[in-house]
Design a protein around this ligand. Sequence first.
Ligand code: FES
Length: 112
Amino acid sequence: MPVVKFLGKELSCKKGSLLRDVLIDHGMSPHNGAAKALNCFGLGTCGTCTVKITGITHPLTAVERFRLNLPPHRLEDGLRLSCQVRVNHSIFVEKGQGFWGQDISGLGTNQD
Ligand code: FES
């Protein structure tokens, strides 16, 4: 059973679960501020559920490749859409600042 490390918590989930669902099912959120209510609810269009993932994941989906190439995101930032990522292995997840989580300047590599 994979474990998602997020904000100091360890969240177990069924292999293949959508990351956004895992966070929400554990009372957490991949969205910041008003984006918790103003989002596409997992369609992959709003871009507010972005996260930085450390660990093994599948390649970007076509939906991610499209949305993460539109402002304020940039593909080269390496973010993922948590609503499109299936958790198949244990991963470490961080969230950037800003409505879309696009400000990743404060993210580190501390996986504790
Ligand atoms: S919830 Fe909108 S892109 Fe993921």
